[in-house]
Ligand binder design. Structure first.
Ligand code: AMP
Ligand code: MG
Length: 214
């Protein structure tokens, strides 16, 4: 059984597994994620394989906060404002990738952009802190299926593909993050999620362009 209760000890083991290039599933406040070291091309390839995810779909990256994002992407004024208001929390920000960004190429699927989020969940935060790594974390389901909200749902989706499934109870929100792109001239809503578009518009003092294109 790959499911283990999330404790300081098992989170430590999960962090070691990530550092070795393995993939592990864990809870965030939105849904369960399937994590890998964003710097490790083989680990990232394992995420695509485990999910059956098409290689032209990029992966979002979890970070502890906006300060860490500076190492990897261009942090705009709007990004800083939104992170200040809503991180940690269910908001994913798409930003222009820095040229010296060390992420494995498939993370951005050749788009030249990276999606970032700081999760508001103790287990995810402890995994980030203990590993010290940027962690790709798409939802822990097979491509095209619903996002899992419990460890048991992850196991039903992915079986023993993850080296570990950390069980931290049901994801409190159970809804995906809202995704906003700050790459173009106007902020664009790429996915409706747990955070309302209005709350984002209030902070930016600007309307979001709506699109269904990701
Ligand atoms: P998931 O956690 O499975 O919901 O995946 C996160 C979402 O972020 C997916 O819909 C991705 O397509 C999207 N995403 C990840 N990276 C980017 C990016 N660079 N630009 C736009 N969308 C992205
Ligand atoms: Mg998903």
């Amino acid at each position: 059984m790959a499911i283990v209760p999330a404790t300081e000890e098992t989170i430590e083991q999960a962090a070691e597994a990530l550092a070795k290039g393995e993939i592990v599933a864990f809870p965030t406040e939105t849904v369960y994620g399937l994590g890998a070291n964003a710097l490790d091309a083989r680990a990232v390839a394992r995420v695509f394989a485990a999910k059956g995810r098409p290689s032209d779909k990029p992966l979002a990256v979890l970070v502890p906060g906006i300060a860490k994002v500076e190492d990897f992407a261009a942090v705009t004024v709007a990004a800083r404002k939104l992170a200040q208001a809503f991180w940690p929390g269910p908001l994913t920000l798409v930003l222009p990738k820095r040229q010296d960004c060390p992420f494995a190429e498939p993370v951005s699927a050749g788009l030249g952009t990276i999606a970032f989020r700081a999760p508001d969940h103790d287990v995810a935060q402890m995994l980030l802190a203990k590993s010290g790594l940027p962690i790709v974390a798409p939802s822990a389901n097979r491509s095209g299926n619903r996002s899992p909200k419990t460890a048991a749902e992850v196991e039903a989706e992915l079986g023993d593909r993850p080296a570990m499934i950390l069980d931290g109870g049901p994801s409190p929100l159970g809804v995906e993050s809202t995704i906003v792109s700050l790459v173009g001239p106007v902020p664009t809503l790429l996915r409706q999620g747990a955070l309302s578009a209005e709350a984002i518009e209030d902070v930016l003092d600007q309307k979001l362009t709506m699109t269904s294109a990701g």
